[in-house]
Write a protein that binds this ligand. Structure first.
Ligand SMILES: Nc1ncnc2c1ncn2[C@@H]1O[C@H](COP(=O)(O)OP(=O)(O)OP(=O)(O)O)[C@@H](O)[C@H]1O
Length: 292
């Protein structure tokens, strides 16, 4: 009898609810906020894609371990330690900018803010139509233009190199910005959430050898930004009036109007397919705003 009571007592001991003090709650709260802030930051950088890759690798490592696949477990365990050093080197610019922001940020306001201006709303058909119309018009008269359309990866550090605009996207505004001999025509325009956020932005230049020799720094800058982000960049050549698109480190040069329209429509499809659930509210709100 005593034995049974002792055994049950042992199990009940493990089942008993531990005492939670104020410091434990504070501890969990701080860790949760930190974790949330880190994930939020990662989501706005190209490290997000990498994080998904790391999670996949961890799943494979776990499966290999459970299935006793010793060689795969050994290889993954060893590459991961080297991988961490590689990640620190590759993402050195992002880490540096995060640490710089740490010093600049108003932390209390940031932690408790709903951060509504950071919410991605998705591009409306109207915005894409305005960009299309502006590029075609500028191409006809050979006005050089560089239009970066932000997607998941935030382009804040490039936006800060330019002059803030915060204007609704319209073909007239874009044409006006890139008009020769005006103060805003040099550099790139960045578009976020159907608004032109900044003009005269300086973009990183690509050193890819795949870019044709006939293409100069405007095209290199477009490819450069597409290498460090998931943005889509529209380039209008001042020399030829050709319209090109840079995406994922590649340039699609001298597009026909229909090809250009199709390339832009990718942004619209993103809203209506993969992000349907996440964005439907924001999209409607945005469309309503645009109709007003
Ligand atoms: N790093 C950069 N970031 C943003 N804009 C840039 C950058 N480098 C160049 N530009 C823009 O490109 C213009 C120079 O274009 P350049 O003639 O060298 O390029 P290109 O690719 O030959 O284009 P185009 O066919 O229009 O002549 C600059 O005046 C500036 O507006």
């Amino acid at each position: 009898m005593n034995n049974i009571v002792n055994t049950v007592g042992k199990y009940l001991y493990w089942l008993s609810i531990p005492r939670i003090g104020f410091t434990d709650v504070l501890d969990i709260l701080i860790v949760s906020i930190l974790f949330y802030q880190i994930v939020k930051w990662i989501k706005t950088t190209r490290a997000w894609v990498l994080l998904k890759g790391i999670i996949l690798l961890l799943c494979i490592a776990l499966a290999a371990y459970l299935l006793q696949l010793h060689t795969i477990t050994f290889i993954l365990a060893n590459t991961m330690s080297v991988g961490i050093t590689a990640v620190l080197i590759v993402f050195q610019p992002e880490l540096r900018s995060a640490l710089e922001q740490l010093g600049r940020k108003n932390w209390i306001a940031n932690i408790f803010s709903t951060d509504t201006d950071q919410v991605k709303e998705g591009y409306t058909a109207r915005t894409l139509q305005e960009i299309y119309r502006a590029a075609i018009e500028m191409g006809k008269v050979k006005t050089g233009a560089l239009i970066v359309i932000e997607r998941e990866v935030m382009l804040g550090e490039y936006e800060r190199t330019g002059i803030p605009i915060d204007g609704k996207v319209s073909s007239q505004l874009l044409i006006n910005i890139f008009e020769h001999n005006t103060p805003l025509h040099d550099g790139a325009v960045i578009i976020r959430n159907n608004r032109i956020v900044s003009a005269t932005c300086y973009l990183p230049l690509s050193d890819s050898v795949e870019i044709g020799k006939e293409l100069g720094t405007r095209h290199r800058a477009a490819v450069g930004i597409s290498e460090v982000s998931d943005s889509i960049t529209v380039i209008v050549s001042e020399e030829t009036g050709d319209i090109s698109i840079a995406v994922n480190g590649k340039i699609k040069h001298a597009l026909a109007p229909q090809e250009f329209r199709d390339e832009l429509s990718v942004l619209r499809e993103e809203n209506t397919s993969s992000k349907k659930f996440k964005l439907w509210k924001g999209l409607n709100r945005n469309e309503r705003k645009n109709r007003e």
